[in-house]
Ligand binder design. Sequence first.
Ligand SMILES: Cc1cc2nc3c(=O)[nH]c(=O)nc-3n(C[C@H](O)[C@H](O)[C@H](O)COP(=O)(O)O)c2cc1C
Length: 250
Amino acid sequence: MIHNDTIDRQLNHRTIRAFKDEPLTKDELTTLYQVASQTPTSNFFQQFSIMHVTDPQVRAQIRDIAKQKYVGANGDLLIFIVDLYRNQQIRQQLGNNDGRLHTMDVFMQAVEDTTLAVQNVLVAAESMGLGGVILGSIKNDPVKLIKVLGLPKMTMPWLGLQLGHPDQEPQLKPRLPLDLVAFEDHYPKGFKLDQFKDYDSRVTQYYDLRDTNKRIDSFTHQINGAKLNDQMSQRDDINEALFNQGLAMG
Ligand SMILES: Cc1cc2nc3c(=O)[nH]c(=O)nc-3n(C[C@H](O)[C@H](O)[C@H](O)COP(=O)(O)O)c2cc1C
């Protein structure tokens, strides 16, 4: 196993959800924006934007949507936006039509750009001694979120990233063993529950020993549980939101 500063920091990654009352400096924010913007980008389309949400009322509305009490409570809140609007404007002003901008393919490229930028910023933030949590929960009510953020068509708020100076020290969350996720040439079909036994007991131990929200839980139990059960929620409004925004239409 190779070790260097970058790898050791990545292997030590823990999501941070509580932050000290010490906002990011302008210099820190600008650095993180610069890192985001230098992230690899599919086709060089550069199809994402970032919104720094500082208005306490807007943060409270996002918290209501996310239904997680720490969202927008402290730390700096960045919303990463899948953004095809800017490129639509360019094409329109050059007298062209929208071409492939409304297709699922180009939308997915924008999703890829946006998601990579989020992770790149998180890694950079962690290297600066900061911590953060990626927030998919902002999309619990996508139609409402678009309104709250005042976004135009051809954009879609995708992930939140809340950053700050850590005010907690969570334990490292164990991941699946490599033989279940990394394969050589051949995909091993037919996973058996037995193969997850050791990992399940490591996860159970993690939940039992961690400082906050201790519980009895395992990986296979979570996969078999409520989060993936067949229940409709407002998260499923994503199709309606995408349609309204003119995105991913075929
Ligand atoms: C795309 C994505 C969305 C996530 N959304 C949330 C979220 O809405 N709320 C939250 O508390 N954590 C969220 N997380 C963080 C995960 O819960 C966390 O990464 C996972 O439990 C593993 O823990 P670790 O990051 O501390 O190793 C998200 C992570 C990813 C990659």
